[in-house]
Design a binder for this molecule. Structure first.
Ligand code: SUG
Length: 447
């Protein structure tokens, strides 16, 4: 029974406004590449190629649609008025930083879409989702309500799925979703241990150089509302945040019994391991794989994004597969670590690489682009079939992207009113392809 439970991957499709505007302090790639010219078409095609890889490997793969950008509702709410083109134009002239935030394609990073608790770990036997409020960064704080809508379309059956609203938008409940959550278990369908990693406490005075984006209280609230079993709480290493690991998934990844993490990932790594062992007692024996700072200094870690890999259980393979970004292969130290992980007799059998370079330049690796959802076969069958990724959908979306996306977007181009129209046309067509239903996007509801 439990062997039929799978880990589905839901990837965020890159939106037409993918750009390099430097919106995320503490995210070093975002800062370094600010002002560069992006290629939205290449970005979406890279994401599709990654999805194809997983689908071909037998992993159930779904597509989460991009959000409507620019977010003209935000700009109107802060006092810009007139036609859509006028609103965008005035905002770029008077408040360019706010206009830039309204244009971000950041919903592509689906690891931040929500925190998910599979039915094996909840009291009511439903799969629970809390969309992240992402309120540390303005451009990301716009995502929650549309993400809730998207998850309700993908998982519509309320007898099986509970999609909550995001936590309320106070900094006390700052929440970045699954990027700071890891679930360990014997097998996907078995009871799991839920590791919730937080950066600061709600009432603590945070004086770090970079923001701590997740509060302990946010995860405690999620644990309560999901009635999630076997929660373990651990504090992100301060040194990790200072070094550019703005989410735990930049320094840690886990699946099944295996937790792979960097020495600096946790404030108290030994306590974290003890707590997981205790929670897993009688269920499974956790396997901890720690990479030392001496073998992979934080600097190389952040450049290579070794830990922002997808750690996969593939059908017919006993050992795990690590799907790492091409940047890991390019970085001599990270590459050596990756090779030694695969050649040791540990839980990881092999390392594969995938290029998601357009996303990486904004600090988003393979793991950032996907939301993992553990599903029984019945739950899998209840998901919107039009969003299930296969060769036919890949072909359709490739054609759609080639036709609808620009291959060059400088930050200044975000002020182009034609981009509003182009994006809406692209999303209108996508609504049909993915069978998202009527009124899925704000512009469709206004029409
Ligand atoms: O929130 N980048 C995203 C990257 C998110 C990565 N996700 C995970 N680690 N799970 C962020 O910092 C940059 C956008 C810009 O600078 O234009 C950005 O939002």
């Amino acid at each position: 029974m439990s062997s039929r439970t799978v880990e589905a991957n839901c990837d965020g499709l890159v939106g037409p406004t993918h750009s390099y505007v430097g919106l995320s302090p503490g995210n070093i790639a975002s800062q370094i590449n600010a002002g560069e010219v992006s290629n939205p078409r290449a970005a979406v095609l890279e994401g599709l190629t990654k999805m194809r890889k997983l689908a071909d490997w037998g992993v159930p793969q779904f597509v989460l649609p991009p959000h409507e950008r620019p977010d003209l509702a935000l700009l109107r709410a802060i006092g810009f008025s007139g036609t859509d083109a006028e609103v965008l134009d005035k905002a770029w002239k008077d408040a360019p930083a706010l206009a830039a935030a309204a244009c971000s394609a950041s919903p592509m990073w689906a690891a931040n879409a929500a925190t998910v608790t599979p039915s094996a770990d909840t009291v009511d036997g439903r799969v629970h989702f809390t969309p992240a409020n992402l309120l540390t960064n303005l451009h990301r704080s716009l995502e929650g309500p549309q993400t809730a809508r998207a998850l309700r379309r993908l998982f519509p059956d309320e007898t099986r799925f509970a999609v909550h609203d995001p936590l309320s938008a106070q900094s006390h409940f700052a929440d970045e979703g699954a990027a700071n959550h890891v679930r360990l278990c014997a097998d996907h369908g078995d009871p799991g241990v839920n590791l919730f990693v937080w950066g600061r406490e709600a009432f603590e005075r945070w004086d770090g150089r970079y923001p701590a984006r997740q509060t302990r209280e946010a995860f405690e609230a999620i644990e309560r509302r999901h009635s999630a079993a076997r929660g373990v709480f651990a504090r992100q290493g301060r040194a990790a945040i200072e070094g550019g690991a703005f989410h735990n998934d930049v320094v840690c990844v886990g699946t099944r019994e295996c937790l792979l993490f960097h020495e600096r990932a946790f404030e108290d790594g030994a306590a974290m391991q003890d707590d997981i062992r205790r929670a897993a007692d009688g269920l499974f024996e956790p396997i901890f794989v720690e990479v030392r700072e001496a073998d992979l200094p934080m600097d190389d870690l952040v450049k290579s994004y070794l830990f922002n890999s997808q750690l996969l259980v593939l059908p017919g393979e006993d050992r795990l597969v690590l799907l790492a970004p091409g940047e890991t292969r390019d970085n001599p130290r990270a590459h050596t670590v990756a090779q030694s992980l695969a050649s040791s007799n540990g839980p990881i059998g092999r390392v594969e690489y995938v290029d998601v370079r357009q996303s990486m330049r904004n600090g988003g690796g393979p793991a950032c682009l996907r939301l993992r959802v553990v599903l029984t076969q019945d739950e899998l069958a209840a998901a919107n079939p039009a969003q299930r990724f296969d060769a036919a959908l890949h072909e359709r979306l490739n054609v759609w992207a080639e036709r609808r996306y620009r291959d060059r977007l400088a930050p200044a181009d975000l002020a182009d009113p034609a981009l509003i129209v182009e994006s809406r046309e692209a999303l209108d067509e996508l609504t049909v392809i993915l069978d998202l239903g009527g009124g899925f996007y704000p512009f469709q509801r206004a029409a």
